[in-house]
Design a protein around this ligand. Sequence first.
Ligand code: FPP
Length: 245
Amino acid sequence: MDIKNRNLEFNNMPQHIAIIMDGNGRWAKKRLLPRTMGHREGMKSIKRIVEACMELKIQVLTVFAFSTENWRRPQNEVSYLMDLLIEFLNKELQEMHENDIRIKILGDFSSLPKNCVDSIEHALQLTSENQKMTFNLAINYGGRTEILQAVKRLGQEISEGRINTSDISEEVFSSYLYTNTMPDPDLLIRTAGELRLSNFLLWQIAYTELWITDVTWPEFTKEHLLQAITEYQKRDRRFGGLSHQ
Ligand code: FPP
């Protein structure tokens, strides 16, 4: 990837990029393939985009791999996705670790099949000290569930006298979310053209710039990522204030 000739402003890169990887099914349907083949092709896109984000020195990359609502899909598709997760970790973990990538899970992965939980725990443990980039896989993730579990944990802390209600700032609340102390996403990319947030990172995206493309996730390349970042750099982020220009 030739990033030198892109006129990117390296002092204005998004620190955190989040992606709703949509359109695997449509990609497959258009090619008369089973939906599962779309997910398999989507797995290759994840690898490409992790590599691109490393090259671009992005600090945090978050991808929405499985939502709390995705359990409603046919059983065979759900188990295919679970197996793909294990395959992905088996294939990529070593290289990611060598590249100093820290893997994190956003979501409650304890209810996944045992072999998934084992693979995840191994990946988390192996990469926990890595520094270059954080790669968040949102699995069994829902934004409302995330906020609710934070509220419940905070309630518990209050009732046990460990924290006062008056001390709960936005910063304190954020630290109870799966993203903990990570910066909020600067850029949210959604592929396959739908104009919705789908219960993704609801708290964290308060001031995130959105970039939506009709390109499906299996077709998404480094070029599209660069296009999204170039577009992001043209945005005037005011955070509710007035323009600097
Ligand atoms: C949306 O496509 C995608 C998902 C529900 C899951 C994302 C999964 C992958 C990219 C596969 C690899 C995953 C891992 C964890 C390695 P869709 O099926 O909703 O597409 P459609 O809207 O066109 O039907």
